[in-house]
Design a protein around this ligand. Structure first.
Ligand SMILES: Cc1cc2nc3c(=O)[nH]c(=O)nc-3n(C[C@H](O)[C@H](O)[C@H](O)COP(=O)(O)OP(=O)(O)OC[C@H]3O[C@@H](n4cnc5c(N)ncnc54)[C@H](O)[C@@H]3O)c2cc1C
Length: 285
């Protein structure tokens, strides 16, 4: 069968990478599927200082982890998984292909909560960013928009306003405007607009609609478990987290869930890496 693997791992965060570091030592045919840059949510951490043996930025730790994969031993594709189904074998559908496997490891962590019907997904990577500190160099001489409500994210946006020409900050918090930081309290994002890149954002503020000319938007709208694509399998709890037993097995045979996406309480890099090592070892037994 075309595109048939012994094991497919979805998600190249610390959990999925760790599983592959173990799996690549075997003779199994393995595929790792990641929709973005490898590293997962570590990429958003300015510093990770509680992972044994490493104390560095999330980006550097992510690069070090990914560099341990031997891509001559496992296949790696940048595609988004859109569906998983199981009959005789497990079928994994992405935005480009269909793959089949005997064993599936889901390691999709948490994903950004998308503002519904706003075109947000269309501009991810072409104007919309979820990490002010990672993309700060890109805002120089630009007018940008930000949506942020937590103290930490607002501080990051304040920092951007020292670099950008002008920042519109939509927030529900009391923040003082400055010369370059325009606060739009309780404004809502309605639509991201542009041809290939973000050019404008339609917002609602004080019950009136406005269109702002901006070339970048930084959105801090929280996270949800990355499990939309497995709704059909009915293996998640009411929060969207995948239910597992003590061996990380879901209620569907040969489908495992590791890292932040499962119902385990502690969600950290160390625990994600541990999950990956454990499940891969079980599969290799
Ligand atoms: C700002 C911030 C700071 C943090 N600081 C720390 C810290 O100091 N110490 C610490 O231990 N932890 C920290 N964490 C938490 C840590 O990053 C996570 O616990 C860890 O990354 C979880 O790993 P994971 O592999 O389970 O999931 P993730 O890291 O979320 O990786 C999941 C991967 O799956 C991919 N994916 C999702 N859906 C699909 C799909 N449909 N198709 C293909 N790919 C998909 C995603 O793109 C992502 O790359 C921090 C998190 C954040 C956001």
């Amino acid at each position: 069968m075309m595109n048939k693997y012994d094991c497919i791992v979805i998600g190249a965060g610390p959990a999925g990478i760790s599983a592959c570091i173990y799996l690549q030592r075997s003779k199994l045919k393995v595929l790792l599927i990641e929709k973005n840059v490898p590293g997962g949510r570590m990429l958003q951490a300015t510093e990770i200082s509680n992972y044994a043996g490493l104390n560095d930025s999330g980006v550097n730790i992510a690069n070090q982890m990914f560099s341990m994969l031997d891509l001559s031993k496992i296949d790696f594709v940048v595609e988004e998984v859109t569906n998983v189904s199981k009959e005789d074998t497990i079928k994994v559908t992405t935005n480009y292909n269909e793959y089949y496997c005997d064993k599936l490891i889901i390691a999709t962590g948490f994903v950004n909560k998308i503002i519904p019907n706003s075109n947000e997904e269309k501009f991810v990577g072409s104007g919309i960013s979820y990490c002010a500190l990672c993309d700060a160099p890109l805002v120089k001489n630009k007018t940008i928009l930000a949506y942020a409500n937590s103290k930490k994210s607002i501080n990051e946006i304040k920092y951007l306003s020292t670099l950008a020409d002008k920042v519109y900050l939509l927030t529900n918090q009391d923040v003082e405007s400055t010369e370059k930081l325009v606060i739009l309290k309780n404004a809502k994002i309605k639509e991201f607009i542009g041809n290939f890149k973000l050019e404008k954002v339609r917002i609602e503020h004080n019950e009136k609609e406005e269109i702002l000319d901006v070339s970048m938007a930084f959105i801090y709208n929280g996270y949800i478990p990355g499990t939309n694509f497995i709704k059909e399998l009915n293996i998640t709890n009411s929060f969207g987290l995948i239910e597992i037993n003590e061996r990380y097995e879901t209620k569907i045979e040969n489908i495992y869930a590791i890292g932040d996406v499962n119902t385990k309480e502690v969600k950290q890099v160390a625990t994600a890496v541990g999950d990956g090592a454990y499940v891969a070892s079980i599969i290799l037994r």
